[in-house]
Design a protein around this ligand. Structure first.
Ligand code: PRP
Length: 182
């Protein structure tokens, strides 16, 4: 794992190496397989941030599954959540009577997921659960119930493995944190 990474005006240092990420994703996949062993799953993948997590997680899934995509935006170009959430369904989202798992890269304030849950509830799914790679429990304070969590982290700004700082850094295989934050 390389050391300091410069993205735009900020410097980031390693937080979670890819080996640990992949072990966590495997563990989540095994848990989902056990919990949904007699079901079909519709994964609702929240772009852009969750694309890496989703791509790795679904390869661990052994039960039949479909993929749907939506786009949520909450951060703008800064390092903190703006609170304003825009949601656009990108695929058909025929979720009526389906068992849905939402895939997120990070739950920060939980406002994005709250809005997504409201949106999906109108589509009458049989069930909806949430799988997130990262959770900031001190920030979201139980706003939403997250059934599958890879890592709980402090209120830090992180990038890599799909997460960006002003649209760059998503390609980094490891997760990094702002140098001045830890
Ligand atoms: C990030 C992340 C979550 C959301 C979490 O998305 O992917 O969807 O913020 O923040 P919250 O819990 O405070 O609502 P972002 O808006 O940065 O879009 P992106 O995934 O396209 O980078």
């Amino acid at each position: 794992m390389s050391n300091i990474v410069q993205l735009h005006d900020k410097r980031f240092k390693p937080l979670i190496p890819s080996t640990e990420i992949h072990a966590a994703v495997k563990r989540l996949g095994e848990k989902i397989n056990a919990d949904y062993n007699d079901k079909n799953i519709v994964f609702v993948i929240v772009l852009k941030g969750s694309m890496m997590f989703a791509a790795d997680l679904i390869r661990e899934i052994a039960v039949p599954c479909r993929l749907e995509f939506l786009k949520a935006e909450s951060y703008g170009s800064g390092t903190h959540s703006s609170g304003a959430v825009k949601i656009n369904a990108l695929t058909s989202m025929n979720l009526s009577g389906k068992d849905v798992i939402i895939l997120e890269d990070i739950v920060d304030t939980g406002l994005t997921l709250k809005k997504i849950l409201e949106h999906l509830a109108e589509l009458a799914p049989a069930s909806v659960t949430i799988a997130t790679l990262l959770l900031k429990p001190d920030v979201c304070k139980g706003t939403v119930k997250t059934e599958y969590v890879g890592f709980e982290i402090s209120p830090l700004f992180v990038v890599g493995y799909g997460l960006d700082y002003d649209e760059i850094g998503r390609n980094l295989p490891d997760i990094y944190v702002l140098t001045e934050e830890e």
